[in-house]
Design a protein. Structure first.
Length: 109
């Protein structure tokens, strides 16, 4: 599935939903390493963007998104509508990132 067939909107411009396949999701659980925490601590002293954590967050979101797309493809979808992210700290330093949406089969209008 091409990434332009995923959207946070509930419709895909120029396309018509022919079949709703239900909710799909991708979940990843990540922890910060001791080395990552140390590096982030040093960056925090100087202020600004803490690139180590930014990179960790981006990787977790990308992983969850790709899992969601795979789940949709397994159901026969060619699009995912209403894509959202959610994150929950399971315990200190361990975070779950969830990406979810509605799998659909769409055709061009």
């Amino acid at each position: 599935m091409k990434h332009d067939m995923t959207t946070t909107a509930f419709e895909l411009e120029g396309h018509q939903v022919t079949k709703n396949l239900g909710v799909v999701r991708g979940i990843t659980v990540r922890s910060r390493s001791v080395i990552g925490n140390f590096g982030a601590g040093i960056q925090a002293i100087f202020g600004g963007n803490i690139t180590i954590f930014t990179s960790l967050c981006e990787k977790a979101r990308e992983e969850a998104f790709e899992m969601m797309v795979e789940h949709a493809e397994q159901l026969g979808a060619n699009a995912v509508l209403g894509v959202r992210y959610d994150a929950t700290e399971i315990m200190q330093g361990i975070t779950e990132v969830l990406c979810y949406g509605t799998a659909a089969v769409v055709k061009e209008k």
